[in-house]
Every structure is written in structure tokens, then in C-alpha cells.
Design a protein around this ligand. Structure first.
Ligand SMILES: O=P(O)(O)OC[C@H]1O[C@H](O[C@H]2O[C@H](CO)[C@@H](O)[C@H](O)[C@H]2O)[C@H](O)[C@@H](O)[C@@H]1O
Length: 357
């Protein structure tokens, strides 16, 4: 899944020049040039199609229109609700430490038009705070770490910002770590000047597109399509591509009406999950049950790690069937909150029972 959805940048624009002025590069045949253009056009379409599939517009959802009721039923059968499977999840945790990984946008806060207003409710904050009382808990987000912290405001959590490229341990609260090392990990720090430069270039390039928004996520950049008329999406994706052609060390992934530009390093939310498990002292251990809840394409890297390790559960937050490596599903942030409450209640009761015995 991941490979299919990751489109490398580093496109050869010389080819485009050849088409408009063939005499400049006589050694490249017109046929080859056209083929190359087709590939580049295909890339742009792939970006746009992938964004549409990530966050279908419900009114005319390609996903729900093309899926029959049987397909939808079959998806729910293979990815049942984590609420319905609660007993299975808790009984798998016997003798193991549950570790919680929570994505932010679309998981802890509902998707809204303005990324700066993706506020987390007080009830959700309370639910996450309670979860962190019993289980080591990490927020894993595409956002810059300080921004996601400003929304969540809980010092007792681990935070992995910029898709896991900026990881920091808790500032306060219970210490679950078997070791005592403080955690601060930034595997892409050498990319900071480049990201800053590309952020500025993208701001400049996309300012002619009404509704486009560029967000600096420190080790990556998001270009938002949500408030752009869908008829302009291809043109906006083309603007992004025209900036990225100068940055072969950056790549593009797609999220919910967003293109995310990031370093080509082999690091993602799945690697961040493994890093955090290791930091918590659970490397190569069987006595741990990681649970990762997320709604986006980039969360698939973490779901895949859990599936490959045969350990823990991925829970996809989605109302519509999606191709996923997650085991279970939840319909939206409100169900995520219910699930977190249920987990805390179950833990409280089991601790009470344990203390009575
Ligand atoms: O990993 P995440 O925490 O899910 O971050 C992924 C992107 O989330 C944000 O964008 C998404 O949420 C916005 C607010 O609801 C919404 O307007 C946008 O359309 C969504 O794509 C964030 O703003 C991006 O920078 C993150 O890359």
C-alpha cells in the first residue's frame, strides 16, 4: 500500500522544454518526450486521485458510489468496529503492557476547513489524559510537534511531530520507561534549511490559487487543497510539482485533501512507533500490546508495522471503507473518545478486582 501511494519528486523538466522547443534538445526524441510528459501527467493525476480517495467528498463519494452494499458489509466484516471487538482487544492484552499511539487530525479532532482551528475538545483531552494515567501514550502527527502540543496540552505524553521526524518524551507525569534516558530524536535535522526554502517557494507559487494554504510542519510542508475548488486541484498539484522539480531529496505523500512534502529519508510513522517502543524499553518484547489509532494514509505505515510484527492492533478511523492494514475501525473522533473511555473503565475495574484478590 505505502509504496503505491508514495510518489517521488525529482522530475525532469528539461523534457517539457523539449516539447515546446524541440530544436533545443535534438537528442531527445519527441516520442520519448511525450512519454515522459504522460508519466508526469500521470503522477499529478495519481496525487489528485489519491487525495480524493483519502478524503472522499460524501455527497459524491467515489468510494461509496462504486462500492456495493455487499462490499461495504464485507469491509466491516474484515475491519469490525473496535467497540464491538473490545473484549478481544483487552483479552489479548493479558500479561502485556498496552501502549497507545494516537494520530491527531481526524482522530482526536474532527476535520475542519482551517488547519489552525482543529481544536481538540475538553472531553477528548480528558479522555486522553485518563488513558495516559494507565498506559504510555504517544501522539503521532504530521503536524509540527510544538503545534500539535499547543492543541493537546498534556505534558505527560510522548509527541512525534512531522510524521515521526521530531520525537520528544514526556515533560512530566508517570515514567513508564524501563530505561531512564530522556527521549529527543530528530532524524531529518539536516533538511531544515531545505524545508524552510521549499515552504517559502510553495507559498509564493501557490498564492495565485484561491483557497490554497501552505503549512510549515518543520521537517515537512503541507499544501492544503480542502478550500480549493476541485476544478483547480490539478493546476495546484502542478504548481507543487513545479517547485519540487528542484528538490530531488524531497518526496510527496497524500493525505486528506493535502499533499505532504517531506525528506526522502526512510522514516515514517511506522518507524516512529518502533522507535518509541524501543525507547519505552519494549524492543523485541512479547509483553507489550501497541494500539495505534489513525485516520490517514500516513498512518498506514504504522498499521503495517503492527501487522508485520504480528503484534497489537491498528484501528482505522473512517466512515467509509478504505484499503487499509488496520485490523479494526472506528467511525470518527467521537467513537475514538468512547473507545478511550471504555479502555480506562476496563483498566480501573481490572485494577480494583486485582486489589481485592
Ligand atoms: O498526522 P495528522 O495529525 O493526521 O496530520 C495530517 C495533516 O493534518 C492536518 O490536515 C488535516 O486536518 C486539517 C484540519 O482538520 C484539514 O483542514 C486538512 O484538510 C487535513 O488534511 C494538518 O493541517 C496537516 O499539516 C497534516 O499534514
Amino acid at each position: 500500500m505505502t509504496k503505491k501511494n508514495v510518489v517521488e519528486s525529482g522530475l525532469n523538466m528539461a523534457i517539457t522544454v523539449v516539447v515546446s522547443n524541440p530544436s533545443l534538445f535534438p537528442y531527445v526524441s519527441r516520442k520519448k518526450a511525450l512519454q515522459k510528459l504522460e508519466i508526469e501527467g500521470g503522477r499529478i493525476n495519481a496525487w489528485v486521485d489519491s487525495m480524493r480517495a483519502s478524503s472522499p467528498t460524501h455527497r459524491k463519494s467515489a468510494v461509496s458510489l462504486s462500492l456495493s452494499t455487499e462490499d461495504q458489509t464485507s469491509w466491516i466484516t474484515s475491519h469490525p468496529s473496535a467497540m464491538d471487538m473490545f473484549e478481544e482487544i483487552t483479552s489479548s492484552s493479558k500479561g502485556k503492557q498496552i501502549v497507545m499511539f494516537l494520530d491527531y487530525d481526524g482522530t482526536l479532532s474532527p476535520i475542519v476547513d482551517d488547519p489552525d482551528r482543529a481544536i481538540m475538545s475538553d472531553e477528548m483531552r480528558e479522555a486522553v489524559k485518563n488513558v495516559a494515567r494507565y498506559f504510555p501514550t504517544a501522539i503521532v502527527s504530521g503536524r509540527r510537534r510544538d503545534k500539535v502540543y499547543s492543541f493537546v496540552r498534556l505534558g505527560e505524553l510522548y509527541y512525534a511531530g512531522s510524521h515521526g521526524m521530531d520525537i520528544k518524551g514526556p515533560a512530566k507525569g508517570p515514567t513508564y520507561k524501563r530505561g531512564k534516558k530522556a527521549v529527543l530524536f530528530q532524524p531529518a535535522s539536516e533538511y531544515l534549511p531545505m524545508i524552510d526554502e521549499v515552504y517559502k517557494a510553495l507559498l509564493e507559487k501557490t498564492k495565485s490559487t484561491p483557497g490554497a494554504k501552505v503549512e510549515n510542519n518543520k521537517f515537512c510542508v503541507s499544501v492544503h487543497f480542502r478550500c480549493v475548488d476541485e476544478k483547480r486541484w490539478t493546476a495546484l498539484a502542478e504548481q507543487v510539482r513545479s517547485v519540487l522539480k528542484n528538490y530531488p531529496k524531497l518526496r510527496v505523500t497524500q493525505g486528506r485533501k493535502v499533499l505532504e512534502i517531506r525528506p526522502t529519508i526512510k522514516w515514517d510513522k511506522g518507524k516512529a512507533l518502533e522507535f518509541l517502543l524501543e525507547s519505552l524499553g519494549f524492543a523485541n518484547c512479547n509483553d507489550v500490546l501497541p494500539v495505534y489509532i489513525g485516520d490517514d494514509r500516513t498512518d498506514e505505515d504504522a498499521f503495517k508495522v503492527l501487522r508485520d510484527r504480528g503484534q497489537g492492533f491498528g484501528i482505522l478511523v473512517s466512515k467509509t471503507p478504505k484499503d487499509t492494514n488496520a485490523s479494526y475501525s472506528l467511525q470518527g473522533p467521537s467513537e475514538v473518545k468512547d473507545f478511550l473511555h471504555k479502555l480506562v473503565e476496563w483498566k480501573r475495574l481490572s485494577l480494583q478486582e486485582h486489589s481485592r484478590v
